[in-house]
Design a binder for this molecule. Sequence first.
Ligand code: G3P
Ligand code: MG
Length: 244
Amino acid sequence: MKTAVYAHRGSKSNRPENTLASFEEAMRVGSDGIELDVHLTKDQQVVVMHDEKIDRTTNGKGQIKSYTLEELKRFDAGSWFSPKFKGERVPTLSQVLELLKNYQGVLNIEFKTDRNVYPSIEARVADLVDQYRPLLPVVYSSFNHESLIRLKQIKPNAEIALLLWERLADPWRYTEQVGATAQHLWQPTALSETAAQLQNHGIKVRAWTVNQPKNMQLAFEMGLDAIITDHPEAALDLRKSYET
Ligand code: G3P
Ligand code: MG
């Protein structure tokens, strides 16, 4: 089985993360999947960013949830990375879904609900996915498993993946109880004997964030289901040597 390569926040190593430029690049290099993170603005719009605060990845300051979408759109989300990307904006999930409407790979949407409560974010995301991507693959993940359970209640056929740092005590039973098909594991946990045990129980294992070539190689050799990486192009190149 070929290990899939998912682009983490798009092509994070050479584009400003979680921007349209980053997702375009991830598609261009042929990523098998694209991972992104979602939050809600003050006026309940789903936007794509990693942190709860805009300080690190825009020229503004403060919490996403304290801005309306119109206010958030005034900030530059590209210059912090390189002047070449001046003018990039914080994308809405709708904009990303529009960009990816013909993308046949997996879209991995991570709910950033571990620190903030974003009422109804799961239903809002499910509606947008139904609108733009009804037949193309989507995997939902979160460190907040309650978000995934809520999503599953709204969308029973949704594929959900538990984000985890460490191995759980009884990982297969819990995964089954929640209705998940996969675990997205912190790299040191994924690159251990836990991976094969989970896979033997029919649970897919995807590792984050796998950036070192030696760890990519190990993941390919172990037959992990996917790696989530900041370097999708390099990972895809490296994987070629396992395809001959
Ligand atoms: O979904 C994998 C990975 O993105 C989880 O961590 O902090 O990069 O969202 P983080
Ligand atoms: Mg993430």
